[in-house]
Design a protein around this ligand. Structure first.
Ligand SMILES: O=c1nc[nH]c2c1ncn2[C@H]1C[C@H](O)[C@@H](COP(=O)(O)OP(=O)(O)OP(=O)(O)O)O1
Ligand SMILES: [Mg+2]
Length: 200
């Protein structure tokens, strides 16, 4: 048996890595894929932009520059867009969580009736042959008072519409992955990596 091709996931976020490894793993009846995922925890610069694809592409190009052009690599950027704020904080949500904390983020929406939000994960995969491929997943939800463990970003204040009234933080990982923006984006990358003939 030949050794599996390595694909590098550049992220400094251990929670993302854990979810992505679960999502990309073969399901029960699927044969093992011809690749393995390895992690590089590089701290990439992130473009200041509203355009989520532009942010993820710039992040991926930087990873390619650091790791070398011949190595397959992907990055993802995850945004939380409030309807009332026309999509902000968006990609800046990381800095809101870090600087303000979850309770004040919830309070920002207190004057408004509309607590609707969408979570968006944008992946850019560089195939090691000079091509960049983009995938995106979106999940709609509501911003609520924090419920559940606060171990992963804004998981405890985001209640997806499709769930059973639980926040992401209250859900089992496998259930979150079934409906989450990350689950949806990586299902597309999984399909691409498992099935695309020029990826063997
Ligand atoms: O499913 C999620 N549920 C709750 N919170 C989440 C989720 N996914 C990302 N997050 C948080 C992490 C970070 O505070 C921000 C995204 O920022 P983002 O730049 O994409 O992530 P990061 O800097 O932590 O890792 P990376 O090294 O991959 O850029 O939202
Ligand atoms: Mg980041």
């Amino acid at each position: 048996m030949t050794s599996a091709r390595e694909i590098i996931f550049v992220t400094g976020n251990a929670n993302k890595l854990k979810e992505v490894k679960m999502i990309l793993a073969p399901s029960e009846n699927e044969p093992s894929p011809s690749f393995t995922i390895v992690n590089e925890a590089l701290d990439l610069e992130e473009l200041q932009d509203i355009d989520l694809e532009a942010i993820a592409l710039a992040k991926c190009k930087q990873a390619v520059q650091i790791l070398g052009p011949g190595r397959p690599v992907f990055v993802e950027d995850t945004a939380l867009r409030f309807d009332e704020f026309n999509g902000l904080p968006g990609a800046y949500i990381k800095w809101f969580v870090k600087s303000m904390g979850l309770a004040k983020i919830v309070q920002m929406l207190q004057p408004f009736e509309n607590k609707g939000a969408e979570a968006v994960t944008t992946i850019v995969y560089a195939d090691g042959k000079g091509q960049y491929h983009t995938f995106q997943g979106i999940t709609r939800g509501t911003i609520v008072d924090s419920r559940g463990p606060t171990t992963f970003g804004w998981d405890s204040i985001f209640q997806p519409i499709e769930g059973k009234g639980q926040t992401y933080a209250e859900m089992e990982k496998k259930d979150k992955n079934l409906i989450s923006q990350r689950g949806r984006a990586f299902a597309q990358l999984k399909d691409f990596l498992y099935n695309s003939s020029d990826n063997q």
